[in-house]
Design a protein around this ligand. Structure first.
Ligand code: ADP
Length: 265
C-alpha cells in the first residue's frame, strides 16, 4: 500500500520534523540531511517532483551560537531562528549540490495563505521552481510570526503547502513509526495504526500524549494536517525519519508507517 501510493504520486511534499534534524546533544544532524538529499535525488530520478517543509531553525540556531537555549523571550527565540535558518539552508544547499540539485527558500506566514494575491505568488513561485528542477524548501517566517498570527507548527504549514501546490502526497517524517493508540515513548505496549480512513473518530480512539522538547505540534497537529490534506483528496503518510533510508524503504514497502487515506471523491 505505502509503496503503491509512493509510486503513483508524482508531486510529493516532505516535512522534516525537528526531532530528526537534531542529535541527542542538540547539535544539527548533518548525517540525516546528507541521507535525505541522497534519497530525494533518487526520487527525482524516478520522475518525482519534491517540495520540502523543514523545521529545525531554532535547534540549528542554538547549535551555532551555543547560547540562549534557555531564554524564554520571544525576541531571543526569533533571533535563534534567524541565525539557525541560514545554517539549515547552508546544510541543505551543500548536501543537495553533491547531487547537482539547487534549492530555493520560501519563508511563509499564516496571513500569506489567506491573501489571494500572496497565494497566487506563492503558487507561481512553487510551480516555477519545481518546473525548473529546483527544490523549494519552506519554513515559517519566524521573524514576523508572533504567537497570535503564527501557523505555529510545520505539520499544518506542510498541509497548507501541499494543498496550495496540489500535491499528490504529503509525507511527515517524525521520530515515531506513525500514530499509535497511545504515546509510544511512554507505553511499550502501544500499537501502531497502519491505515486510517475514519479520521474524525480517531481522536476518541487514541491517547494523545505530549510532544517532544523541540516538537511544537505533537501527534495532534499531525492528525490535523492529515485532515486538511485528506479534505483535498491528498493522502498523508506519517513515518519514522530516524530509520535509515526511510523514503526508499517506503518506496519499496520495506517499513511500517501510518497512512491516512483520503476518501475517493
Ligand atoms: P516532530 O518534531 O517530528 O514534529 P513532535 O514531537 O511534534 O515531533 O511529535 C511527535 C511525538 O508525538 C512523538 O515522538 C511522540 O512522543 C508523541 N506522541 C504523543 N502521542 C502519540 C501517539 N498517540 N502516537 C504517536 N506519537 C505520539
Amino acid at each position: 500500500m505505502l509503496s503503491e501510493i509512493m509510486k503513483k504520486s508524482r508531486k510529493i511534499v516532505i516535512k522534516i520534523g525537528s526531532q530528526i534534524l537534531s542529535n541527542e546533544d542538540g547539535t544539527i544532524n548533518h548525517n540525516f540531511i546528507e541521507q535525505l538529499c541522497k534519497q530525494v535525488s533518487f526520487l527525482i530520478k524516478e520522475g518525482k517532483q519534491i517540495v520540502i517543509v523543514t523545521s529545525g531553525a531554532m535547534i540549528a540556531g542554538i547549535s551555532r551560537t551555543n547560547k540562549w537555549s534557555r531564554k524564554e523571550d520571544m525576541n531571543y527565540k526569533q533571533a535563534l531562528c534567524a541565525i539557525g535558518q541560514v545554517e539549515l539552508m547552508a546544510a541543505y544547499s551543500s548536501h543537495f549540490s553533491d547531487h547537482d540539485i539547487y534549492i530555493g527558500q520560501l519563508l511563509l506566514t499564516r496571513e500569506d495563505f489567506y491573501d489571494e494575491i500572496r497565494t497566487l505568488n506563492m503558487r507561481n513561485t512553487l510551480f516555477t521552481l519545481v518546473d525548473e528542477g529546483i527544490i523549494p524548501i519552506i519554513n515559517e517566517n519566524d521573524t514576523v510570526s508572533v504567537e497570535q498570527i503564527k501557523i505555529g507548527d510545520n505539520d499544518t504549514l506542510s498541509a497548507y503547502s501541499a494543498s496550495l501546490w496540489n500535491a499528490d502526497l504529503l509525507i511527515l517524517l517524525s521520530d515515531i513509526d506513525g500514530v499509535y493508540d497511545k504515546n509510544p515513548k511512554h507505553h511499550r505496549d502501544a500499537k501502531l495504526l497502519e491505515k486510517i480512513e475514519d479520521i474524525d473518530s480517531l481522536s476518541e480512539e487514541i491517547e494523545i500524549g505530549e510532544a517532544n522538547s523541540f516538537g511544537t505540534g505533537g501527534i495532534a497537529t499531525k492528525i490535523e494536517a492529515a485532515k486538511i490534506v485528506n479534505n483535498y483528496g491528498i493522502p498523508m503518510i506519517l513515518a519514522n525519519g530516524k530509520i535509515e533510508d526511510i523514503l526508499l524503504k517506503l518506496y519499496n514497502n520495506e517499513t511500517r508507517a501510518t497512512i491516512f487515506l483520503a476518501s475517493e471523491k
